[in-house]
Design a protein around this ligand. Structure first.
Ligand code: PEP
Length: 250
């Protein structure tokens, strides 16, 4: 059966000394038995440090992005093979900030997912609608399109390696969260899409995380929904006590 997962997306926060403080806060207070798989996603400059300091703990390390090419003349980019070499096992792909600010398209994200999987990195693939689409009742259509265009070329075997993060753009960093009912409704829809494309057992194996202003105060109710298997956490992942409270909220 699928895993509960809580992943922290640090975004462009934490230099090396801040990384050290945050990781110490996490490892020193980590409970002996965890209710979820825990992943942290520091910026590139802290990935190796994070891996080295977490390798004797259950916390895993993700990158926040991945390049779609093997290697070569792509100044400023980081390949999947390089990420793998510093201990990265997960990569966030298609975060709405990358879609919006860096104009990452569904077609590009498809190649990023392929690149991650070829290098044995599990993608945390983000989908979610903007406020306008939600208000027009088009949120189902949007997530269907995002999922179909970037992931439905995968074999069932590869699809099972994905983690899906449903993140309504209007809830990211805004303090507004989807209600637990809204989250459940669309998570169930996403799982049904996967079951229709592949089969029910694939759909039942894939963890679908909710992201968008999850905090210690609302995590339990959201994670309590049948098709919500944890969260992708932005702001609240930068404070060890808050992040650990969310990890414990199942
Ligand atoms: C995110 O950026 O993935 C996110 C969910 O951010 P926040 O928790 O701050 O809304």
């Amino acid at each position: 059966m699928r895993k509960n997962i809580v992943a922290g997306n640090w975004k462009m926060n934490c230099d090396l000394s801040e990384t050290k403080v945050l990781l110490e806060g996490l490892t020193q207070s980590l409970p002996a038995s965890l209710k979820a798989d825990v992943i942290v996603s520091p910026p590139y400059t802290s990935l190796y440090y994070a891996f080295e300091n977490l390798k004797d703990t259950p916390i895993m390390v993700a990158s926040q992005n991945i390049n779609e090419n093997d290697k070569g003349a792509f100044t400023g980019e980081i390949s999947a093979k390089m990420l793998k070499s510093v201990g990265v096992n997960y990569a966030i792909v298609g975060h709405s900030e990358r879609r919006e600010i860096y104009k990452e398209t569904d077609a590009l994200l498809k190649t990023k997912l392929d690149q991650a999987l070829q290098n044995e990195i599990c993608p945390i693939f983000c989908i979610g609608e903007k406020l306008e689409a939600r208000e027009e009742g088009k949120h189902f259509e949007v997530v269907k399109h995002q999922l179909e265009k970037a992931t439905f070329h995968l074999t069932a075997e590869d699809f099972k390696k994905l983690v899906i993060a449903y993140e309504p753009v209007w809830a990211i960093g805004t303090g507004k969260t989807a209600s637990p009912e809204q989250a459940q409704e669309i998570h169930q829809y996403i799982r049904d899409l996967i079951a229709n494309k592949y089969n029910q057992s694939v759909a039942d194996e894939v963890s679908i995380l909710y992201g968008g202003s999850v905090k210690p105060a609302n995590a339990k109710e959201i994670f309590g929904q049948a098709d919500v298997d944890g969260g992708l956490i932005g702001g609240a992942s930068l404070k060890a006590t808050d992040f650990l409270a969310i990890v414990d909220a199942f």
